[in-house]
Design a protein around this ligand. Structure first.
Ligand code: ADP
Ligand code: MG
Ligand code: ZN
Length: 212
């Protein structure tokens, strides 16, 4: 059985009552996406769901893209410093190869750094009856949708948007403001490179000055 979380497990419990517990396992496959800006608590929420799955004696495997080694190469670590063990992988194909047959829950952090193949990999894992939980940035530093997150959000059964606190006005922040001059879309960093901003306080053009 999956852990009980009324927000995301309600449909599963109804399924369990209707068809019996065996059928519920076969119907457990689904995709959940947790998204938002930097510092919005995506990783904390992913870790919270993983811990609840572990309390429910589920077999969980956690993955992260090899590119993200900000805090630790083999753990998923939040800005608030809570952590779980994770396997760093270089591609969606490598992730798929490492998922073991009896794994019930697959957790993936920083999903925006994966190649487009992650969309089909997640679909396949969910079709096999596994619960796939992804966390990732929904927008890049210019406020543009960050592929492949839009596609993952589209195929997910459940999408949760979390928000940070705007460092300028204290409101709910949905954007990641880059605070250093750097033109590349992928710049892995923490509070030295980015801060959370609401729509009104976000100034994407500020960081474009000086670019070619
Ligand atoms: P994400 O994975 O979305 O980048 P994390 O889960 O790693 O976020 O970190 C969330 C934590 O970051 C919060 O619980 C808080 O301790 C810290 N934090 C730092 N700056 C902010 C901010 N501006 N708004 C909210 N939380 C912040
Ligand atoms: Mg994170
Ligand atoms: Zn603001």
């Amino acid at each position: 059985m999956t852990p009980r979380d009324p927000a995301v497990d309600g449909d599963l419990e109804v399924e369990s009552i209707r068809r019996g517990p065996g059928a519920a396992r076969a119907h457990a496959g689904r995709i959940e996406v947790v998204c938002g800006s930097m510092f919005s608590g995506k990783t904390e929420e992913l870790i919270r769901r993983v811990k609840r799955a572990l309390y429910g004696r589920q077999k969980v495997q956690a993955f992260k893209p090899r590119i993200d080694d900000r805090y630790d190469a083999t753990r998923i670590v939040s800005h608030g410093a809570i952590a779980i063990e994770a396997v760093p992988v270089g591609s969606s194909e490598s992730l798929l190869r490492r998922v073991e047959g009896d794994t019930q829950v697959v957790a993936i952090d920083e999903a925006q750094f994966f190649d487009r193949g992650i969309v089909e990999v997640c679909n396949r894992l969910a079709d096999e009856g596994r619960r796939v939980i992804l966390a990732g940035l929904d927008q890049d530093y210019l406020g543009r949708p960050f592929p492949p997150m839009p596609d993952l959000m589209a195929i997910a059964e459940d999408v949760t948007k979390v928000r940070a606190v705007c460092t300028v006005c204290g409101g709910a922040a949905s954007r990641s403001q880059r605070i250093i001059q750097e033109g590349a879309t992928v710049l892995v960093g923490g509070s030295e490179c980015y801060e959370a901003r609401c729509r009104a306080c976000f100034r994407p053009r500020d960081v474009r000055q000086g670019e070619a």
